[in-house]
Write a protein of this length. Structure first.
Lengths: 216, 797
């Protein structure tokens, strides 16, 4: 089973349990449909990072404040703004399935999330390759809404990426991304390679989460 | 006037603005439009450079100047737009003294928001935002409006309507296509061309997204479909990140040489977008100024479109699904009255799955507001199907409401040869675009002869021409009359069909099944008449695509007439069937029903219930098999041995069983048990509704009557529904902290106005503590918990 499939099954709440055949068939089916429907697009821009205090920093003209992000960015000299989406066709497919086949809608939803993460990883690997020429190393992605990095920073972040125009990624008045299967994130870049202290799922405080990757 | 020169001589736009502003000191995150006020000399300077480079049309620095995107309290939108127009005028003064004409184009870019149903922006809100800018620009003296960099046909339509309805200025439009020739929201080239020509813009084309070389194949496609002058404004290549800069690396000379090819291919207006500079424009103008634009060829292609798909009539025969129509359908009428969208949407999805190319939409009932129902149904349908829709109504108010809100170029059913009908319908087609069905009947009724019907068709076409509606946008219905009362009916219809299609040269459509009215085994007659009609030039049949006989005629005809290359569609449809019927059937029927449900076997459950219902009473079946099975699965889910997909597969299987039982109850005149009502809604501002939908499926399974208000639901609407339907339980869902406030607001309003009503909440962001804080009665940590709570509360279980 590949990584993306494993992740989709984790999102469905199976934890360490083996997936049943019918659900597994739906997972495979969903990835096939997604392969046709998904219009993967991404964009990134590199900025100088000016950290003015432990929890304050400036990107362009935008000042941001976050203790968690400040810690994460420690030792970084550049910051990369990143946006990615699977496009509106996936949302329409999910809307359609919600009417005709709710079980598949739920499975498709998880598969889309897994596909999006995989795509972001691919994009990040590519960016890492580019910046390594300048002797820079990337940290893992960090998204608005994570820790105390306020979701409202989504607005300036998306404006600086101009991602409505470039990849069709917009947000609602409540800071939700549309298309829904989308990601925005910042990625720190430093001169020295560091084993990062934040590793997404495993680093989260919520240890009893159904969806936890290292759940035993 | 620019329109006197457009298409007759080559015209040049300017190039990029953003890159130059950044070079001039604009910071990331700073709004470029504010520079109209803070750095007027720099803006005028850039315009002047482009004019000196040879640009005939200069865009105002107003790309992001709309109320939805531009948020800066230091200056008003009106001041921004007015000053921006002034800067171009001032920059042009010197050139105009020298006898050169420079046109000021009010630049309109996208709002940066996604429209409903995929986003949260209302169509009319987008329209208002554009209207405001367009009016400021026109008052300030712009010579034309240039709507550009659009990637969503719906937003595009709002912008064009705002421009056309509020000014008399020429409207130019360019969109961003990707390398596959698609907009970000999925529309292909013919869909965009059809929409824009329908809305009667003056020129259309492509900008941004691609470099000049990559635009060539897209241009080729545009030229294949459009009868308007074409604009091409590429980037200086694809953007690359070098260090911290975004760079475009096509040099001015190379840009100019590709633009020469682009003009040679047929572009009538050329310019540049991101990364292009006055040097790019100068190189292009120097190289191309002497060229003559190619003459514009009128295309004769009938295109209907949706946000993501175009359908061309004229080759082979297309299927227009007739099922979304209450005539003679009790269930459908009931769904309309109860605003049961899911039922209507399922009819649409089913027809698409069966092979329909276009869906007819008729929601006319005596006691409903047809205009608003039509709008609701169209918007909802367009969130689940990409098929173009056919607006079917006799109410011109509903027709206009529908044409306005529809995303694409619709098919319209219908206009007749009656003067009154043409006077009412043609102005709507003229304004919004559309392919309209012309019925061959007039004040004296339906002619008995083919000639008589052809005559009316001719009259319809002539009258349409007075409105500038071309023949390609008329499709004639010569009307099929039942052979049970008119023995010559089929012959006359077929003859008229042939004459209209090949004599008048317009496309045709028929409501095929009328032919057999009053006869037994109607599909026998219908399917054979359908083949005969196709053979006589039927461009599109309005049929029921779930009728196997009709589809057999369709596939066979296309295979026989070499309209189905290598019989591919025919083989794909029928190759598997012979094998399937000889192999052991997938559904055996020897499994107990409760087992089938527990296993989530939908077809099996459906089949077994069909057998059981012949021997046992429906209520016994429910109590013996369905309820125990659902209970088992529910308990398994709680214990962590059954997972969400399995729970839902069982729910779907149970639903399939319930459908049969319901039919059986109805057939014997028995009443379904009275069901308790539950209102469900995803709260205002929240667009994620999968959790709410899961709860809905389960509640329905457990015998609740769910009133689903959908997503992004205003608190007032929830209250209104609760009061109107006397509901005692509401379920609310929210995904993020930003929308929990709407949840709290909804609960408060319910407490005030419907104190007897309980509220259960759920969603990713919630937990017990949070639920208590906002005053909910119950927090459902998963879907089953909501079911148990509802049962305890309303069914005393």
């Amino acid at each position: 089973m590949d990584h993306m499939t494993k992740e989709a099954i984790r999102y469905l709440g199976y934890g360490k349990h083996a997936v049943d055949d019918k659900t597994f068939a739906l997972v495979e089916d969903s990835f096939r449909d997604l392969e046709d429907a998904a219009g993967r697009k991404s964009i990134y821009r590199i900025f100088d990072l000016q950290q003015t205090a432990d929890d304050r920093f400036t990107i362009g003209t935008v000042e941001m404040q976050s203790r968690n992000l400040g810690r994460y960015l420690g030792g970084c000299c550049r910051i990369i703004l990143f946006g990615a989406t699977l496009g509106t066709a996936v949302d329409r497919m999910l809307a359609r399935l919600s009417i005709t086949d709710m079980a598949k809608a739920v499975v498709m939803q998880s598969c889309a999330a897994a596909m999006l993460e995989e795509y972001c990883d691919e994009c990040q690997a590519e960016i890492a390759g580019r910046v390594s020429e300048e002797g820079l190393f990337l940290r893992p992605r960090f998204s608005p809404g994570y820790g105390d990095f306020d979701i409202r920073y989504q607005a300036p972040l998306m404006q600086m990426l101009d991602c409505a125009k470039t990849i069709g990624l917009t947000m609602t008045d409540s800071y939700m991304m549309t298309p829904t299967k989308s990601v925005t994130a910042v990625i720190g870049a430093s001169r020295t390679e560091e084993k990062c202290h934040i590793k997404g799922c495993e680093a989260c405080e919520k240890k009893d989460c159904t969806y936890r990757r290292d759940k035993v | 006037m620019i329109l006197d020169r457009l298409g007759k001589e080559l015209l040049f736009f300017d190039g990029g603005m953003g890159t130059l502003l950044q070079a001039g000191g604009l910071k990331p995150g700073e709004l470029p439009e504010t520079w109209n006020m803070t750095h007027p000399e720099k803006i005028t300077g850039i315009h002047r450079k482009y004019i000196e480079a040879g640009s005939d049309i200069i865009l105002t620095n107003t790309f992001g100047a709309n109320a939805l995107k531009f948020h800066d309290d230091s200056c008003s939108l009106c001041d921004i737009v007015t000053s921006a127009v002034g800067h171009v005028k001032r920059a042009a003064e010197q050139a105009e003294l020298n006898g050169r004409q420079v046109y000021t184009a009010l630049d309109i870019g996208p709002t940066g928001k996604l429209l409903k149903p995929m986003g949260d922006l209302e169509f009319e809100e987008a329209y208002e935002a554009f209207r405001e800018v367009v009016r400021y620009g026109a008052e300030a003296g712009a010579d034309l409006i240039h709507i550009e960099t659009m990637s969503d046909t719906y937003e595009l339509k709002a912008a064009v309507l705002a421009a056309k309805e509020n000014t008399d200025l020429p409207v130019f439009v360019t969109t961003i296509f990707d390398e596959r020739g698609k907009l970000l929201t999925g529309a292909d080239v013919p869909a965009v061309v059809a929409l824009l020509e329908g809305l009667r813009v003056d020129a259309l084309g492509i900008n941004c997204g691609l470099g000049p070389g990559q635009m060539l194949p897209i241009l080729e496609q545009i030229l294949e479909y459009t009868s308007l002058p074409v604009i091409v404004k590429p980037n200086a290549g694809l953007p690359k990140q070098v260090e911290r800069e975004t760079v475009y690396d096509v040099l001015p000379q190379d840009f100019a040489m590709t633009m020469q090819k682009i003009i040679g291919q047929g572009a009538a207006v050329a310019g540049g977008c991101c990364g292009t500079t006055p040097e790019h424009i100068k190189s292009m103008v120097d190289l191309c100024r002497g060229m003559e634009p190619l003459p514009i060829i009128q295309k004769d292609i009938t295109i209907v479109s949706s946000y993501g798909k175009s359908v061309c009539l004229g080759t082979g025969s297309k299927i227009i699904g007739e099922r979304i129509n209450p005539t003679g359908k009790k269930k459908f009428r009931q769904a309309l009255k109860e605003h049961d969208m899911d039922y209507i949407l399922r009819e649409g999805i089913m027809q698409q799955d069966m092979g329909a190319h276009i869906l007819d939409v008729n929601v006319g009932l005596p006691d409903i507001d047809e205009a608003s129902m039509m709008q609701d149904v169209l918007v909802e349908l367009q969130s689940v199907t990409s098929l173009p829709l056919q607006i079917d109504t006799v109410d011109t108010k509903a027709m206009e409401a529908a044409l306005r809100i529809y995303n694409g170029k619709a098919m319209v059913n219908s206009v007749s040869g009656k003067q009154e009908s043409m006077d009412a319908v043609f102005p709507l087609i003229q304004k919004y675009g559309g392919v309209v069905i012309g019925l061959t009947l007039d004040e004296s009724g339906i002619p008995d002869t083919a000639e008589g019907r052809v005559e009316i068709a001719r009259h319809i076409i002539e009258e349409a021409a007075k409105y500038g509606i071309q023949k390609k946008d008329i499709v004639i219905d010569v009307l099929a009359m039942t052979i049970s009362s008119d023995p010559e009916g089929a012959k006359v219809t077929l003859e008229a069909l042939k004459k209209v299609r090949y004599g008048l040269g317009v496309n045709t459509v028929l409501g095929v099944s009328n032919i057999s009215f009053g006869l037994p085994s109607r599909t026998v007659i219908n399917a054979n008449f359908y083949t005969m009609a196709m053979q006589n030039g039927l461009s599109a049949g309005i049929i029921n695509p779930s009728s196997e006989e009709m589809m057999k005629s369709y596939y066979a005809y296309h295979a026989l007439m070499n309209l189905d290359s290598n019989c591919e569609a025919y083989i794909a449809k029928y190759a598997g069937q012979a094998a399937e019927s000889s192999a052991s059937p997938a559904v055996s029927g020897d499994m107990p029903l409760n087992r089938a449900i527990e296993k989530g076997l939908k077809e099996e459950a459906h089949h077994i219930t069909g057998l059981l219902v012949k021997e046992q009473a429906p209520l016994d079946i429910i109590n013996t098999y369905l309820i125990p099975a659902l209970d088992n699965v529910g308990k398994g889910f709680e214990k962590g041995t059954v997972f969400l997909p399995q729970l839902l597969m069982s729910a779907e299987a149970a639903k399939a069983a319930f459908t049969i039982l319901k039919e059986s109850l109805a057939a014997t005149g028995q009443q379904d048990e009275k069901k308790e009502k539950v209102v469900l809604a995803t709260v205002k501002g929240d667009i994620h509704d999968i959790g709410k939908n899961i709860v809905k499926v389960l509640l329905e399974n457990y015998g609740f009557d769910v009133i689903d208000l959908g997503k992004d639901v205003a608190p007032g609407l929830v209250v209104e529904k609760v009061l109107a339907e006397d509901v005692h339980l509401v379920g609310l869902s929210a995904l993020m902290t930003t929308t929990v406030v709407s949840m709290e607001e909804t609960i408060q309003q319910l407490r005030q106005k419907a104190p007897g009503c309980r509220v259960m909440v759920g969603g990713a962001v919630l937990n017990q503590e949070y639920a208590d804080m906002i005053g909910a009665d119950f927090y459902g940590k998963d879907a089953m918990q909501s079911v148990y709570y509802a049962q305890k509360l309303l069914q005393n279980k």
